[in-house]
Design a binder for this molecule. Structure first.
Ligand SMILES: [Zn+2]
Length: 324
């Protein structure tokens, strides 16, 4: 990064600047932050650093109005303020949200929403994209072929080889019809010589943890099996949404009203998803499209801001500008 840009970000992050000058230059609207894994002590899976998360939470607590999802629509109607409205969200429902992130949220009284894929919560397994990551990293072979590219032998010796194969596999599989994806996944694990029945510590929240944290954390839906919703037929879509809603209702006594699309980009959801979500009582739905939300934006296509920035200045810059 250029020295000038670094300097601009540093000035921008100054509290006085944020309150006075920033007020005029910030993109107005409601900011929704998107988190996944936080603070795993022995991070086998990619995870956001705990201290980094803590400093982001402290910063928004002091410089923004932190809101829960029930205030989202109200916040959209509020006049521009020196402290913008911010909602904290977590996707997938990782155990670390409860173990590491929740105590920080509790200490600072920051409400949040966690979107649960209910099958991994029910069964204790991993979301399929992480299963791919795990299987590639557990593979002992030095060369493999992908089931959808049978003539192409790929090396699997270095960390970089593994990273590349994970990216290749995820990119390919996310684009496939769900039935084909499941078939290809099965063959992929066979080629790797690793079963998808993983022998690792529980990674996802269980229902007990969900219930224990539910006074501060709202639980929303994220489908049952975490498919790409635009790649499944309407009948399956209905099952994924309804079953997810029903499981959360059964376990928490609260019917979820908020939802996040798995993967969440424009191509990952469609009109059918929105129609069926509304049919089952969902009022807000969150994408992974980047941006800050205004009154004109659709409630079923809420934009969010990724939070992986290593330095707090970069995080604050993102809060203000949404992109760049
Ligand atoms: Zn997800």
């Amino acid at each position: 990064m250029g020295i000038l840009k670094k300097l601009v970000k540093k000035i921008w992050a100054n509290r006085l600047f944020w309150n006075i000058v920033g007020y005029y230059f910030r993109t107005p609207g409601v900011i929704v932050l998107m988190y996944h894994r936080i603070g795993d002590k022995d991070p086998f899976f990619p995870s956001q650093d705990l201290e980094n998360f803590r400093s982001q939470m402290l910063w928004i607590k002091n410089n923004c109005h932190v809101i829960g999802p029930d205030k989202y629509q109200w916040a959209l109607t509020q006049p521009r303020s020196r402290k913008p409205y911010v909602l904290v969200t977590f996707d997938d429902g990782y155990r670390c949200c409860y173990e590491y992130a929740y105590p920080i949220l509790e200490a600072l009284s920051i409400p949040a929403i966690v979107f649960l894929a209910t099958q991994p919560t029910d069964e204790g397994g991993l979301i399929w994209t992480e299963q791919v990551f795990l299987a590639v990293n557990q593979c002992r072979k030095t060369e493999i072929t992908l089931p959808w590219e049978k003539n192409n032998k790929l090396k699997l010796t270095t960390k970089e080889d593994k990273r590349k194969i994970v990216v290749l596999a995820k990119n390919y599989l996310k684009k496939q019809k769900n039935i084909h994806r499941l078939e290809m996944l099965k063959q992929f694990y066979e080629n790797l010589g690793v079963t998808d029945q993983t022998q690792i510590e529980r990674q996802m929240l269980n229902w007990q943890e969900v219930r224990e944290s539910s006074s501060l954390v709202t639980y929303g839906g994220h489908t049952h099996t975490h498919p790409i919703m635009s790649r499944i037929d309407v009948q399956q879509l209905e099952y994924e949404i309804k079953h997810c809603r029903d499981r959360i209702t059964e376990e928490t006594d609260v019917t979820p009203k908020y939802f996040a699309y798995p993967n969440g980009r424009f191509e990952d959801y469609n009109k059918d998803c929105i129609r069926i979500l509304e049919k089952y009582g969902f009022e807000l739905s969150f994408t992974t499209n980047e941006g800050i939300n205004s009154r004109q934006d659709k409630l079923m296509e809420i934009k969010r801001i990724p939070t992986g920035a290593e330095h707090i200045e970069d995080f604050i810059w993102l809060l203000s500008r949404a992109a760049g």
